[in-house]
Design a protein around this ligand. Structure first.
Ligand code: NAD
Length: 492
């Protein structure tokens, strides 16, 4: 039996074996076939990466922004040229379909494009004569070494919510990707190298919790960005802040859509089905609860059931497959147990995806689309993030009742309304307690030039990822007040 490929770290511009003895075997979620093993590195690996980043920082911050972004322009082109290679790798290690993986790559590239605007985005402001002969200037400067800790569900895109902005602003960067999907990031590192970033500007350390702790404890790390589940977000936010770091943490989600009787039924059904079951429900913006209002109940339920039952599930590289597996056998068991829990608490099963077997892919972690009805707000799973292809249906008599259901959720990542009424849409936009709002949009994912605005338990921090918020997060403001007395100019 051939030995499994071991993932390398990327430190100081080169691939380096980890010092860790412990590893995690990772498998293709659609076939069960072993792909590679992730070293579960810890303090020595993190120390080497942070030290490389700290050494690279003084020269990188002095590099003019215009020169820094030339590396990003080259990276963008390399990502375009290798888009399909990376997408294929994402499908193999994460399970989403090739089409979904390509969409992930588009969003990754978009963030590089936006960060190329840093010579404009990073500008400060100034005012002459704040008092007679005194001028005041606000300058933005990079922080130093910054780090990101990312989840399994977008192996390339989530790291790219942070990397381009961090380095464009003049910081040096350490990434700790999810130990469950390290392969695509390894490919990404090859492209970073080919884009000509100086050694140490971008570094990657593989590992789990001990590696994260080493990042949080390292005094040279000035800021930490995190995306993952809410309990871990809370842990990283509090421990990072206790160490005096700037921290932004995007957490879990439980997203609602509200469907009014005047919505376009065909369009709504198609979009909601894609939102609930796309990426096997493993998107932080996936809809997990659909609230039908008034007479929308029956027609939407029937149309949705047809759409869900017709989704072709399998290995995302196979022709015609529309939905892949969940990430691990443990995830599958966890999601199935949550469905059981919801049923015991009174939900009604309309479509059952538990115990799914896909012909020819018996080793995969498949759950086919599952639909539960009558999931009352008091149901044990009503406010639990399932992170699988499960849609709960709830009914409300009017928009106020629907908004009340949303308001009870501890999460606030996204919420959408489907309607042809401008007044209802405006009311929803105004009152819905979530940070990313969709109006006739199922996955309200902000473009890279807008902040990814989770609220409540879906986000801890002040400044969000992407766009102008990213520039604020990755820079310190320095205010300079200058007096140059008029008399001194007579010396020349
Ligand atoms: P996770 O929280 O298990 O892991 C995320 C990262 O944290 C990984 O790199 C992991 O190694 C690390 N980690 C895990 N446990 C840790 C611990 N105890 N201490 C320190 N570090 C730890 O999340 P996941 O399962 O990889 O991803 C799914 C979750 O991510 C879902 O909850 C989903 O909603 C969330 N997510 C949120 C967003 C968003 O924008 N809000 C986007 C994508 C995913």
């Amino acid at each position: 039996m051939s030995e499994l490929r071991r993932i390398h770290n990327f430190i100081n511009g080169e691939k380096r074996p980890s010092e860790a003895d412990e590893t995690l075997m990772i498998a293709n979620p659609a076939t069960g076939e072993a792909i590679a093993e992730t070293p579960l590195g810890a303090r020595p690996d993190v120390a080497a990466a942070v030290e490389a980043a700290a050494r690279a920082f003084p020269e990188w911050r002095r590099t003019p922004p215009e020169e820094r972004i030339q590396h990003l322009f080259r990276l963008k082109q390399l990502l375009e040229d290798h888009c399909d290679d990376l997408a294929r790798s994402i499908t193999i290690e994460n399970g989403k379909t090739f089409t979904e993986a390509r969409a992930e790559m588009r969003r990754s590239i978009e963030n590089v494009e936006v960060a190329c605007g840093i010579p404009t985005l990073m500008q400060g402001y100034n005012l002459e004569d704040v008092a007679r002969g005194i001028d005041e200037i606000m300058i933005r400067q990079p922080l130093g070494v910054v780090a990101a800790v990312t989840p399994f569900n977008f192996p390339v895109m989530v790291p790219m919510w942070f990397l381009p902005y961090a380095v464009a602003c003049g910081n040096t960067f350490v990434l700790k990707p999810s130990e469950r999907v390290p392969v695509s990031v390894e490919l990404l590192c090859d492209l970073v190298n080919r884009a000509g970033f100086p050694p140490g500007v971008v570094n990657v350390v593989n590992g789990g919790k001990p590696a994260v702790d080493a990042i949080l404890d390292h005094p040279a790390v000035r800021a930490v960005s995190f995306v993952g589940s809410t309990p871990v977000a809370r842990y990283i936010y509090s421990r990072g802040a206790a160490e005096g770091k700037r921290v932004q943490c995007q957490g879990g989600a439980k997203n609602h859509v509200v469907i009014l009787p005047d919505a376009d039924l065909d369009m709504t059904t198609q979009i909601v089905a894609d939102s609930a079951f796309g990426c096997a429900g493993q998107r932080c913006l996936a809809v997990s609860t659909a609230i039908t209002v008034g007479e929308a109940r029956e027609p939407f339920r029937n149309a949705l059931l047809d759409a869900a039952a017709s989704i072709r599930v399998g290995f995302g590289l196979d022709e015609g497959v529309q939905m892949g597996p969940v990430i691990t056998p443990e995830s599958r068991l966890r999601i199935e147990a949550q469905i059981d829990r919801g049923l015991s608490a009174g939900a009604r099963l309309l479509l059952d995806g538990r115990g799914a077997r896909i012909e020819g892919r018996e080793g995969g972690n498949f759950i086919t689309p599952t639909v539960l009805d009558d999931v009352s707000p008091g149901n044990a799973i009503a406010d639990t993030e399932l992170f699988g292809p499960v849609l709960s249906l709830v009914h409300a008599d009017d928009v106020d009742e629907a908004l009340d259901i949303l308001g009870r959720s501890r999460y606030g990542n996204a919420a959408s309304i489907f309607t042809s009424s401008g007044a209802a849409a405006r009311k929803f936009r105004y009152e819905a307690p979530a940070g990313n709002i969709g109006v006739n949009i199922g996955v309200a994912a902000p473009m890279a030039y807008f902040p990814f605005s989770g609220w409540k338990d879906s986000f801890l921090g002040v400044l969000h990822g992407q766009g102008r918020d990213a520039v604020e997060f990755y820079t310190d403001k320095k205010v300079v007040i200058e007096r140059w007395p008029k008399e001194w100019s007579r010396r020349f």
